[in-house]
Structures are given as C-alpha cells and as structure tokens.
Design a protein around this ligand. Sequence first.
Ligand SMILES: [Zn+2]
Length: 360
Amino acid sequence: MIEGLDNWHAKAEGKTAIDYGFHLITTEFEDNQTEQMHTLIDEGVTSFKLFMAYPGVFLVDDATIYRAMTTAGERGGLICMHAENGVVINEIIKRALAEGRTAPKYHALTRPTVAEAEGVHRAIAIAEMAETPVYIVHLSCADALNQVREARDRGIPAFAETCPQYLFLSYDNYEEPDFNGAKYVMTPPLREKWNQKELWKGLKMDDLQVISTDHCPFCMKEQKELGRDDFSKIPNGAPGVENRVPLIYNGGVVENRVSLNRFVELTSTAAAKMFGLFPKKGTIAVGSDADIVIFDPDKEQTLSVESQHMNVDYNTYEGKKIKGVVETVLSRGRVIIEGGEYKGKPGDGKFLKRGTCVSM
Ligand SMILES: [Zn+2]
C-alpha cells in the first residue's frame, strides 16, 4: 500500500493544475496490513475505495471488506464502496454474450438495479457490524438509494454520493443509433429516467450528501471502439469533471430542485467535510484557502466537444443548453481560469494531507 502511494505521488508531482488528494484502492487487506493502513491515514490518505464489482480485477470479498472497515474505522478512515454485486453480474453478462446480445445497451441490461441495491445493503450491513461509517460512491438509482435511506433512518452513519450523469442522462441514451451508446458505458450504468426524480429527492433530504463526477474518460476512437462487437470490452467510464458545476446549477437551482445554498453544499462544502479538507477547503473564510469560483448565473452556454477543455473526443451532453458559466477560478488566491481560459501551469497544485471526516 505504501509503495502504491509512493508511485502515485511520483506520477502527480509537478504536473497538477490544482490541489489534489488520493483515495487508495485496495484489492486485498489482511490483518498484517493494519499498520500500513494506519500509516497512510496519518500521511493524509484517509479514504479507501473497495469494489464489490469486477471479479478477478478489483473485487474484494466480505471478509476483506470487514477487515478493511474495522481497521480504517479505528483511525477515523473512511471506506468508499463501489457497491454492485459483480459476481452475479458477470454470470448475467456471460449469458447475454452467449445469446449474441453484444450492443452497448446490454451493458446496462446486464447490470440490474437490484445488483446495486444488494451491494449497497451488504456494504452498509458490514459497516454496521464493523461499527464504522461507510460512503457509497456513484449511487445511480432509487433501489440503491432506498437502502441508504433505510439505514440513515435507523441512525446508521451511511453516506452516499450521486453524479450528474445519473441526474441528467438515462437508459434511453444507450438506444442512440450506431455505436453511440458506448459513450455512456460506465458503472453503474445509466438507469430508467424515473430514477432521476428520486435521486433529486435524496439530495434534497440529505440521504445523498455529495454530487461527484466519477470522471473517467475514454475516447471513442481506439478506446471505446474496442467493444464494437462485444459491450463487455467497452472501457467503462465517461468524462464529466468540466461540466459538473454548471450542470448542477442549471438542473438544481435554475430548475428549482435545490436552493442556491444546497447547490454549494452538494458541489463543494460537503465533500470537503466528508474527506477531511474542511475548513481549509469548502468555505470562504479568513484562514481558509482562497479557492473561489466566480460564476455568471445568467449567461447561457451549449455544452459541446467543440468548446470543452477535457481531453476526450466527445461530450455526453452534446448540444445541451444550460444557464450558468464559470468565469474565473482562483486556486489558493491565484487566478487559474479567466474568461474560460486556463492561466495556470503544471505543478501549481499541491498534495493535500487530509484529516478525517468532520460530519460523522
Ligand atoms: Zn467505481
């Protein structure tokens, strides 16, 4: 684990535009790794991502989850869970492919919402037995949200985030002609449209605390293309980091789903608190870092691959008109974006030694 962290420090150093922290993914966790995990937490890596999906790659079994949760919990560390029953999903995928169902839409049809809900339920149950909090990443649907709701209603410290793609895109996107559906191949997949309303309700009622991106882009050319004849070979992930703030402003505040204050909380403050960065980050106050976005709430923009800065050959919201544009961005008091232009330089960002969660 320590070696893994060193590798990523080396990759990031001198190259980042903004301040950054790390979550560490682990695919095994034995009792003799306790000290390593505690060292990482002391070094400011206080959250760990585990996967219940992707057997043979990232999947960890329940015993490993329990060991990691108890050990992280001893020092205030947080387990972030990719909660989907990957073992059953793999069997469903095998059958689909055997029956010749190879188009991108089968990526979604082989990952039912119940597989996610089961993962969320099990993650929370194990956390309850380990007497630790748990944070569910990229929650996509009402079935999974209901598991979080039920636990929170019982006073269990279960937290969860959703992402813009689950609020603004849906299963219908997989039905786009040609191979276009591949643009939306991510896990969990996009769900039936009615789930969006439930997710907004969850955001409003604080059953969901954060809107993240799960930004994980692959180009259509040479990357997504690999799965033209087999959806299971399409790299999983989509771009989104550049569009998150204006999309949530438009869909949340302009369209009257959440207040302006709740928008700021969901896109900034809550994550800073959850991941041990508050009050250095996540608030504008004396003594805090001056990380400030100056936003024009009235200006309109059309999202497009033509105008984006993300280094990928498509935009999942191509042609979508929204209200609200980021004008200027300050990072620790220095202007790094002005009039939509990047003014910073690689290496401006610094590693953030994070503390532990302040909201639990
Ligand atoms: Zn994930």
